[in-house]
Design a binder for this molecule. Sequence first.
Ligand code: ZN
Length: 444
Amino acid sequence: MPSPLLPVSPAARERARGLLEFIDASPSPWHVVASAVAMLERAGYRPLDETASWRLAPGDRCYVIRDGSTLAAFRIGQASPVEAGVRLIGAHTDSPGLRVKPRAGEARGDWLRLGVEIYGGPILATFTDRDLGLAGRVALRAPTAPLGVDSRLVRFDGPLLRIPNLAIHLNRKVNEDGLKLDRQAALPPILGAVEEGLPAAEHLTRLLAAQLAVEPADILGFDLNVYDTQPGAFFGPQQEFIADSQLDNLGSSHAALAALLDTDADPPPATSLCLLFDHEEVGSTSAKGADGSFLDDVLERIALGGGLDRADYRRMLARSVLVSADMAHAFHPGHAGAYDDQHRVHLNGGPVIKTNASQRYTTDGLSAGVFQLACERAGVPWQAYVQRTDMACGSTIGPLAASRLGLRSVDVGNPMWAMHSARESAGAADHDAMCRALMEFFRA
Ligand code: ZN
């Protein structure tokens, strides 16, 4: 156990509260980007479009979005990127859960349910008996828009859906065997009673149309996430812990943005770049995932938009460093055997540096050193995590992003419990510690 654990200072509590508000405002990856844009616009960052030409000068503060749910935000430094490289922090906007199928309404007896696919690797049992909402984006007929389609965010604020458990009297061995859900038959959330005269498949379209004040016929499609409507909370005798959905990885996304915006008043010389990718939880291979072209495209356009040529761009990459920020598995006292004894990491013990020799994490001795120095300058402790040798290790965006461009990279993240639960938990002090360490990384 790191000693002492970090106290939750008033500043740290404020920072954690900011994270919970960010999460509660962001029930889908599209909402995450909208929340990030609100922060960036308030700080004077201007939007860039991938279809436009970019001219960039030192001091410029910009952001660019791909398909609504992946975002890059950057500040051009005074130092030439060829000499100073770029400091990158990468995180992800998506979280595991349930996504609504296109023809979602299905009648089961007298009950109407929404067909769902499983997105990523959620702990399915944690989605039962929760007050579930629906949020995402809807594609609308728009004759004057490019391709004739426009999109709008949608969110049903209150609880709308439910996956009730089967009573223990009808499932006597649930506590011995664990909750097993038949993915096709038992997972679709209940929306309500079947309505006479309204085909099941049209029910959701009607709801969406009413929510957006459009005609049902104008709804062409949607990307909808089932989310837990319970707001974030502090808990513990000293309110030293936080609980919310999506801590993985909105914790790191919010920290990356905070590090960028909180260094604006006294900007470091090197160019600073935050990358928030969608699709990490499903492997990152997509047009907007970390294994897609977005990272390369944005960096190249920063280089060319600043007047560099292709050779300079490659020199810039060779000097750049990536912090891949995702969450880490904190020691759980009820399952002590799940951890390597020498690499237990604890809530409120500070940021975690994650290492894996098989390169599921990108950290090496040198890049770990870069992050340790940032922690030292920030005055925050750091912890080291390695998975048990007899257990397969998870991964994140770091290896994909770093290998695409040959970047030096380190994988870090804050400790948390119950990763991929509908309700995750973490230390209230760690978020501020991570923000401060990332600020110092930008200053390196
Ligand atoms: Zn993650």
